[in-house]
Design a protein around this ligand. Sequence first.
Ligand code: AMP
Ligand code: MG
Length: 313
Amino acid sequence: MKTILTTSPVEAAGFIKRGGIAAFPTETVYGLGANIFDAKAIANIFEAKQRPDDNPLIAHVGRIEDIDLLVKEITETAQKFIAAFFPAPLTIVLPKASRVPLIATANLETIGVRMPKNGFALEFLRACETPVAAPSANLSGKPSPTTWQAVYEDLSGRIDCILQGETTQIGLESTVVDCTSAIPLVLRPGAVTLEQLQKIVSETRAYQTKNNAQPRSPGLRHRHYSPRAKVVLVNPKSKIQNPNQSAFIGLDLPDEEFDFVKICPSVKDYAHSIFDFFRQCDRQGIEKIFCERVEESGIGLALMDRLKRAAES
Ligand code: AMP
Ligand code: MG
């Protein structure tokens, strides 16, 4: 398959309308989209990404009204979050409408819904004239793509089209909050923080998986965000035994020398850079990446979540 590159949201949307799959930029990471009501097109997303079929996709809408097409009910807490934040890097999990094919939600009776806060993404979604199911546009397990070039690196020849936009502003995937029961639960941390959600619904909690319990957000079971290089987390200002072909990313310049270093002016900038840094390390043949730990609050919680997962594998 030839992958068409375009800067036209309308041209990219044409592929979705004809049953194809197309990657598009959002404020979080690039997504790989298909018409959510087209089970065959959705099967092609799983195939192209080599994504395990028990990992649900997020439904993206260009207009708030379109959420009604996807869900049985917008619960009271969900209504509050939508009013306070949408469009936003925030995915809300609700009971799924029966017209949404089960392949999109990996057989769950719930669906994650999001309206991105990115003009180009909204233009694309509106031109699709249907809600679009879209996971991140990377090969499963790889770092999420924050540039169209990263999408090309993973999926060229496997998808119909890439809508070429800017580097994504946030660089980490959306916050996922389950609003199906009275107490909203944050299943995945992201740029919309627990503290911000609690200002709207004070009962909101972070979902904690007990040892060996099944995570409520199925995708979080899988290997994630991993570069080929080994990822090691280090405390600020700690002594590092750095072997050859090693890299460092963090807030403070370390004493040791590395083959590749990125010092970030803020935690926000660190979060924005991390996935692209992982990919650059792999291209340069780096074997070990040392990542400085940050405080687990605000966007730092989401960054540490991704770093810990990357270090697990
Ligand atoms: P990705 O866009 O690649 O980060 O994948 C979407 C992620 O959103 C999944 O891996 C889940 O963690 C989460 N998600 C999507 N739909 C649901 C749902 N219905 N219930 C819980 N989590 C979901
Ligand atoms: Mg993903």
